[in-house]
Ligand binder design. Structure first.
Ligand code: BJW
Length: 242
């Protein structure tokens, strides 16, 4: 049996399906990935642009960089890969998506049970108090908290920061308790998110990897579908529904 047919047969007998998604699923929407050859980290140093230390060293540049990325996300939309997952969700007792993406495209495409492991670029929080804020002093770049005067920063998870604990625990439980675990469009190098594939595998799930190339997690795969998620996922949905 080829890997595509295997993936369909796993789905046909599954009650609980969970997914881990990464930048690759949004690539066909026009959002840059991080580690592909034209990826974000090939042009800039992640330790300077995605750490607390980096933000404190160049707050203005980093705030403006996030503003530019927000604008890009507002001007793009979910692609057929996101929509295929949202259609698939209705066919199982449980279906969840743990995403490393901060673009909100899973929710926008209609997916319900989405765990944002690395936050959401559209939300902001007070740098010092760590509380979400919608209203702040925009007379400076970055803006400042009305209450304490600290910088406002995007509600995303930078290197060295903990993932939101309740969201992580839910993603962990879902990986531990599913029949099929999809790993879609992620290089699988950033932890603890990448570890979810191992948790699912060790707990007995069938792991299906969808990626345009080889990844660090390939040894976990029971089926490996090589290609673009925006093409493979709609085909998978169609074959599953027959
Ligand atoms: C397609 C496709 C198509 C393309 N179809 N496929 C050793 C030393 C130091 C630190 C660590 C260490 N070991 C572990 C750590 C911790 C660190 C880590 O993992 N580092 C490794 C990189 C070494 N992790 C953390 O710090 C995390 N926190 C943590 O561990 O807390 C505990 C702790 C606390 C204190 C100290 C130490 C530990 C937090 C991680 C936060 C990650 N943040 C970012 C930035 C978010 C904000 C922003 O965007 O600005 O999250 S980094 C970036 O990487 C982003 C992503 O979510 C994340 C994962 O990337 P992803 O999604 O996999 O993208 P790519 O580009 O890597 O891959 C894309 C894939 O898609 C490729 O495979 C393509 O082939 C594929 N693809 N088009 C299908 N159409």
């Amino acid at each position: 049996m080829d890997d595509f047919s295997k993936a369909i047969s796993f789905l046909k007998s599954a009650k609980r399906v969970s997914c881990l998604t990464g930048a690759g699923i949004s690539a066909e929407s026009g959002i840059q990935t991080f580690r592909d050859k034209d990826g974000v980290w090939n042009k800039i140093d992640p330790m300077k642009w995605a750490t607390v230390q980096g933000f404190l060293e160049q707050p203005r540049e980093i705030w403006l960089w996030y503003e530019q990325r927000r604008e890009q996300i507002r001007n793009t939309a979910p692609n057929p890969g996101h929509f295929a997952l949202s259609k698939l969700q209705t066919h199982f007792e449980h279906f969840s998506i743990a995403t490393q993406n901060i673009d909100g495209f899973h929710q926008l495409s209609g997916s319900k049970n989405v765990q944002e492991l690395h936050g959401n670029i559209m939300r902001n929080k007070c740098f010092d108090e760590n509380i979400l804020l919608e209203d702040f002093d925009c007379n400076t770049i970055p803006p400042k908290c009305h209450k304490c005067g600290a910088y406002i920063r995007p509600d995303v998870v930078w290197f060295g920061e903990m993932l939101p604990q309740d969201i992580w625990e839910q993603a962990y439980e879902d990986a531990r308790n599913c029949d099929v675990y999809f790993v879609i469009g992620t290089s699988g190098v950033v932890y603890p998110a990448a570890g979810l594939a191992t948790i699912a595998k060790r707990s007995g799930a069938k792991v299906v990897i969808i990626n345009k190339e080889a990844t660090e997690l390939d040894m976990r795969a029971d089926a490996h579908l090589i290609g673009l998620s925006g093409e493979i996922l709609p085909k998978l949905l169609e074959a599953f529904l027959i």
